[in-house]
Write a protein of this length. Structure first.
Length: 509
């Protein structure tokens, strides 16, 4: 039985703080973007690159970052990632022009890709008792899940009352405290490194393939699905990722051992979580637009309006998921959790211009939060199901990668569906709108109609997630004792009632 680290709960504080910083950054910059664009003279055409530069670097380098964590050691990679993220944030806050801003965002993404897998795999190997691990990751998951809404609130306050530059500078104290705490408190268990030589062809092929995939979906949102460059990106991505899989099957020390992907339970987790993130990203996008444009909420008020969902996530994660995770098989939490979230999403298909926040949006958010919080806990506990300790970093990175790609797909796919439905509605009703007031009303009705159409798709995607969870994931409930480190013999998968080695990553927005 591995020795329990007496400082593990202190370590949780600093690791969760680092995760909160990364999640905050995903939404806080969105709020500041209009002000930054105006100050730095960024054109409308290049504005999206402030978001896209981060997404491409983060999504493209995650697998590489996970492998670096396995090679260098998780603590060292975590601290380097934090220091680099703080430096990139300082560069963004001090930006004097477009090139400096875009460079800073790409650097933030690159260091985030180092930081995220290291944090997740590091925390997982420190908590070896099943009940303690469930509690630790319940807390961690709630903090990380709530970061998006906190980012909206904090971004609104900083932009409105200080300056957009503070949405970058605010990362620096987070990073310094987390890095100092990690350096002095975290003690990484021995024997978990993978010192095999780095798979350079795998790094190049996976990075280029993932960048092409994420950029393809990002471009599809702005330029359309039939755009030649969009199609070229998708074709290139398929070719590069196919070459990556072939390479990984043949090289001696692969970047991503295919055994990480092919085990049934892990495959089910990657697929169901990736699909669920498509729905969640769509929801954040449309509900933010609806509250600000249709209802006229300020950015700060919009952030507060998302708090019921965060409350639901906290209850679902720390009270339902954590308490039941050691008592029932994961699929009996995941499938009902995704279905509960689908019911919450279904309520939002009834959105109209005059919809009551308390009467519809609030209960829908509570159901969504409860469902997602309940499903994410056991799902993430299986994310490195039966993986060798030396593969923990890259397995954690694989979950983040599936979620990053899911986010890119969700934003592009659901936005396209909403835009098409809006255009069709406005075209059908434009003839009857003869006054400016009537035309504005038709536009708003068209927008709401578009949101509802896209949310219907999100409902369907969540139902598919539930079906995948119920059919693919067959492992029994985790044992109640300490989790032994898994060796090479664990690759065959675990059966009903087995004590799973659990390393739990948490969603990165």
């Amino acid at each position: 039985m591995p020795e329990t680290d007496p400082r593990r709960w202190k370590a949780l504080v600093f690791i969760a703080l680092a995760q909160l910083m990364v999640v905050l950054d995903a939404t806080i910059v969105n709020i500041a973007l209009p002000s930054a664009q105006q100050d730095l003279g960024i054109s409308d055409g290049n504005r999206q690159w402030v978001i896209t530069a981060y997404a491409l670097a983060f999504g493209g380098l995650l697998l590489f970052g996970g492998r670096i964590a396995d090679l260098w050691g998780r603590k060292r990679t975590f601290v380097v990632g934090l220091i680099g993220f703080a430096a990139a944030s300082a560069l963004g806050g001090a930006a004097t022009g477009e090139a400096m801003m875009l460079g800073a965002r790409a650097l933030q993404g690159a260091f985030g890709a180092l930081l995220a897998p290291a944090a997740l795999s590091l925390l997982a190997v420190m908590f070896t008792d099943t009940k303690e691990r469930a509690k630790a990751f319940g807390i961690y998951g709630a903090i990380a899940g709530g970061g998006g809404a906190v980012g909206l609130i904090l971004g609104g306050f900083l932009t409105e009352y200080l300056d957009w530059r503070w949405t970058f500078f605010v990362n620096i104290p987070f990073a310094i405290v987390a890095a100092a705490g990690a350096y002095f408190v975290i003690r990484e268990p021995a024997g978990g490194r993978n010192r095999s030589p780095l798979d350079i062809p795998g790094v190049v092929l996976s990075t280029l393939g993932l960048v092409a995939l994420v950029y393809g979906f990002t471009r599809a949102e702005s330029e359309g699905w039939s755009d030649a460059t969009t199609i070229g990106m998708f074709v290139g991505s398929v070719v590069l990722l196919a070459a990556f899989v072939l390479t990984e099957a043949r090289v001696k020390s692969p970047l991503l051992p295919l055994r990480v992907l092919t085990e049934r339970n892990r495959g089910g987790v990657y697929l169901s979580l990736g699909l669920a993130v498509i729905s969640m990203f769509g929801l954040f996008l449309f509900l933010t637009y609806y509250l600000q444009i249709v209802k006229g909420y300020s950015p700060v008020k919009t952030g507060f309006a998302f708090l019921p969902m965060i409350a639901g996530m906290i209850v679902g994660s720390t009270q339902i998921g954590t308490r039941l995770m050691t008592r029932v098989p994961p699929r009996l939490l995941m499938a009902p959790g995704f279905l509960t979230a689908a019911v919450g999403m279904l309520l939002l298909t009834q959105l109209e211009i005059g919809t009551s926040y308390a009467g519809l949006i609030l209960p829908a958010q509570l159901l969504l939060g409860l469902g997602m919080g309940t499903a994410f806990m056991p799902a993430m506990s299986l994310a490195t199901h039966g993986v060798d300790p030396q593969d923990a970093g890259v397995a954690s990175a694989m979950v983040n990668t599936s979620q990053q790609v899911g986010g890119a797909i969700g934003t592009a796919l659901l936005n396209t569906i909403a835009a098409s439905a809006t255009t069709a509605f406005v075209a059908d009703h434009a003839a009857g709108a003869t006054t400016p007031a009537a035309q504005k009303l038709i536009q708003l009705q068209g927008m709401v109609e578009g949101y509802a159409a896209a949310i219907w798709w999100a409902v369907g995607i969540l139902v598919v997630s539930a079906v995948i969870a119920a059919t693919f994931i067959t492992t029994g409930k985790p044992g109640a004792g300490a989790v032994a480190a898994s060796g090479s013999g664990s690759r065959s998968g675990l059966g009903e009632g087995a004590e799973d080695e659990v390393k739990i990553p948490v969603i990165v927005h």
